[in-house]
Design a protein around this ligand. Structure first.
Ligand SMILES: [Zn+2]
Length: 107
């Protein structure tokens, strides 16, 4: 526990060997990454999301084939649904960061 190196707000988030609150980390990341880099992150996040959706569809197909009582199929579906949620969250963040950087550039 401690306080953010940048703004002094109470935080226990560690980034490397610095204590940084989420807001400051985001601000720093946004200011150091170029629009091209953020665009690359966005593209990768979009690709990962599409892949997760595809994997989820396959997990549903597997459960369809093996039956709703099949433990392995149910575990695969649960995991695939979780992965889609995580990927969607990363994709949303990447999109938000890209849009924020773009807006700043046009200020
Ligand atoms: Zn801070």
């Amino acid at each position: 526990m401690g306080s953010c190196t940048e703004c002094g707000k109470f935080t226990d988030r560690r980034v490397g060997n610095l204590l940084l609150c989420a807001d400051c980390e985001k601000r720093i990341v946004l200011s150091t990454l170029t629009l091209t880099e953020l665009n690359a992150i966005l593209s990768a996040a979009g690709e990962a999301y599409r892949q997760a959706v595809k994997d989820r569809r396959e997990a549903y197909n597997l459960r369809e084939a093996l039956g709703k009582d099949n433990a392995r199929a149910n575990a695969e579906v649960r995991s695939a649904v979780e992965q889609v949620e995580l990927a969607a969250e990363r994709y949303r963040k990447a999109l938000h960061d890209f849009a924020a950087k773009l807006a700043r550039r046009n200020e």
